[in-house]
Design a protein around this ligand. Structure first.
Ligand SMILES: Nc1ncnc2c1ncn2[C@@H]1O[C@H](COP(=O)(O)OP(=O)(O)OP(=O)(O)O)[C@@H](O)[C@H]1O
Ligand SMILES: [Mg+2]
Length: 296
């Protein structure tokens, strides 16, 4: 049944072609003296779609940044393609980075580049392809996410859903073996979110890509996942198939998937800090005579 041992399922393989493509082993992470994750372990098999879920601030994005070598790890190992990336030299890390794509929580498109330049960028950086070939490939990637005709648009003119799709086209630019998604459906209406879920499934099935999706969108998680890992209180508290998660006896899991206020998941300290911050910015707005978000 779903428990911590289950989370290690992907750890069984050799880390080679047929085994686990990603292995997170006893990873701990603090920012300053604030611990965020402690002794977290889970594995992902090739071709699998793993969803990492958990409350806001529980360390999902941090986990994803560590798995992509963007954030240092305090303890433990992260094996990608059978190689521990913790402490890996920059050159070797760059080589591994060409084998995966990332869709960032914020989209992170280059604002001064057109849509097709954004998608072409990884190919210009990491391949020796001629510009005309790169241009055709960028168009193909945009067609795959349903954005033919958007090549010359600037990111600032796109809707949230379109920007996510451009980010996705950029993430698949180098035909990755793994795609990491950080909150791919956040801020989108349910229909657009369903389109993004469809794209994630489509890419997974057509490209046989391994997918790691960080999300707190439960509809999306249950639609996408082969397996779900839930983080809570700095640890993996549950892991299993969507059905196993639905039937979990863990009260934190039940509270989370039902979106209930009462339960072991509290906002505590962070909620108080957030409230203080909001009050402070509201006070600043009154002093200046215009709302703090007013752009001119
Ligand atoms: N660069 C950083 N420096 C210091 N603290 C950080 C940094 N990045 C994240 N944190 C803190 O670490 C904790 C985990 O943050 P993280 O962004 O990983 O959470 P999350 O689960 O992705 O949340 P959300 O669902 O809101 O995106 C939070 O308390 C956050 O404030
Ligand atoms: Mg996050």
């Amino acid at each position: 049944m779903a428990n911590e041992a289950e989370a290690l399922r992907g750890l069984q393989g050799e880390g080679g072609a047929e085994g686990s493509i990603i292995r997170v082993e006893n990873v701990s992470k603090s920012y300053g003296d604030k611990p965020v994750l402690e002794n977290v372990s889970f594995g992902i098999s090739r071709g699998e779609r793993l969803v990492i879920m958990g409350g806001s601030g529980c360390g999902k994005s941090t986990m994803l940044k560590m798995m992509t070598g963007l954030e240092p790890v305090n303890a433990g190992a992260i094996n990608l393609f059978g190689r521990n990336i913790v402490g890996l030299d920059a050159e070797s890390m760059d080589a591994i980075r060409t084998r995966f794509g990332v869709l960032f929580q914020s989209g992170a498109l280059f604002g001064s580049m057109t849509v097709s330049e954004n998608v072409a960028f990884p190919m210009q950086e990491h391949t020796a392809l001629a510009p005309s070939v790169i241009d055709i490939m960028a168009r193909m990637k945009l067609a795959m996410v349903g954005l033919s005709g958007y090549e010359d648009k600037m990111p600032s003119t796109l809707s949230g859903g379109q920007a996510k799709r451009v980010g996705l086209a950029r993430a698949i630019a180098l035909d990755p073996e793994i795609i990491f998604y950080d909150e791919p459906t956040s801020g989108l209406d349910p229909v657009t979110a369903a389109h993004i879920d469809g794209l994630i499934l489509d890419l997974s099935r057509k490209l046989k890509v391994t997918s790691v999706v960080v999300t707190h969108d439960m509809v999306s998680a249950f639609k996408i996942a082969d397996r779900i890992v839930m983080l809570h209180n700095r640890r993996v508290v549950e892991s299993g198939t969507p059905d196993e998660i639905r039937n979990s006896a863990n009260p934190a899991v039940q509270q989370f998937i039902r979106g209930e206020i009462e339960g072991p998941m509290t906002m505590g300290q962070e909620q108080e800090e957030l409230e203080k911050e909001l009050l402070a910015s509201a006070a600043g707005a009154v002093k200046s005579g215009r709302p703090w978000w007013y752009p001119w």
